[in-house]
Design a binder for this molecule. Structure first.
Ligand code: CP
Length: 303
């Protein structure tokens, strides 16, 4: 269980809480789109502490905090005192001493946000930890799906690609299953976690099988370094069997949407003809990330 102070993952989070965040995000989206600044976090300080690279998540946390009138501090770990050997816990104590109210942390080690949360007074938000979770990405994905379809119950969602190493896949599975969606995963055997059925998902043997009749096609970024560790034989073969292209998208339901958390490997896990098509909601996902993070910051820091 996570405390009310923090937001560390979607595993075990009650559906009512997810729905409250998504409902508030709809209001935040209206305000943000209208250029309206809210005062919910006035006088509060939000820190982004990223031990891994990011464009979307880090920038949208900063924009969300600013849209709620918070002060923002961005710590790029490469140029911080971490490079002099400062530990994660000492980092947390330092940020507490500087009176940070919330810290959005991305870290290559699963569990790092939980360790930080236990050792600092500020609210800790998981912005992606190793292969564990990326809960705000899943929330923005759910928000985007709900905008299109209105509800989750019975929706057929295919998550395709490197499921094994994907924190995006894990958080989406927790959130979407709790909301009643019918989730199917598809990956090469070496990129599928053992015992994935325990998550309550269906496993498709081929991308064609998984895409047939789907409402949502969610492609995952292939982590190219996995090839070096022998997880799949060649980029060409991966592309041949796991690329969401026009043929695959044509198997989905009329009106289906195509999603990708970004950054994209165009022509590898998703073809440009699909990423840039009318069915793609990839840029909408990015925009919705600000609204969802505003809703979450308001929940954790608002009066
Ligand atoms: N989707 C996502 O986490 O993107 P960034 O790595 O750019 O934050």
């Amino acid at each position: 269980m996570q405390s009310e102070k923090d937001f560390l993952g979607l595993k075990g989070v009650p559906l009512a809480v997810v729905e409250e965040i998504l409902n508030r995000a709809a209001d935040m989206k209206r305000a943000y789109s209208a250029g309206e600044k809210r005062a919910a976090c006035a006088g509060k300080t939000v820190v982004t502490l990223f031990y891994e690279n990011s464009t979307r998540t880090r920038a949208s946390f900063e924009l969300a905090a600013k849209a709620l009138s918070a002060n923002t501090v961005n710590i790029a770990v490469a140029t911080s005192s971490v490079s002099k050997g400062e530990s994660l816990i000492d980092n947390g104590k330092t940020l507490d001493a500087l009176r940070a109210d919330a810290v959005a942390i991305r870290h290559p080690a699963a569990g790092a946000p939980r360790l930080l949360a236990r050792n600092m007074a500020a609210a800790v938000i998981n912005a992606g930890d190793g292969m564990n979770e990326h809960p705000t990405q899943a929330l923005l994905d759910m928000f985007t799906i709900r905008e299109k379809f209105g509800a989750f119950k019975g929706l057929k969602v295919l998550i395709a690609g490197d499921v094994k190493h994907s924190r995006v896949a894990r958080s989406n599975i927790y959130g979407l299953k709790a909301a009643g969606a019918d989730v199917t995963v598809c990956a090469p055997a070496t990129l599928m976690p053992a015992g994935i059925e325990r998550f309550g998902v269906r496993v498709a043997k081929t991308l064609q099988e998984g895409a047939a009749g789907a409402d949502v096609l969610m492609a995952l970024r292939l982590q190219l370094e996995r090839q070096k560790s022998g997880m799949f034989p060649s980029i060409q073969e991966y592309n041949r069997f796991y690329n969401i292209n026009t043929e695959i998208a044509g198997l989905a339901r009329p009106g289906a949407i195509v999603m990708h958390p970004g950054p994209l490997n165009r022509g590898l896990e998703i073809s440009s003809s699909i990423a840039d098509s009318d069915s793609s909601v990839i840029t909408r996902q990015v925009s919705n990330g600000v609204a969802v993070r505003m809703a979450l910051l308001e929940r954790l820091l608002g009066d």
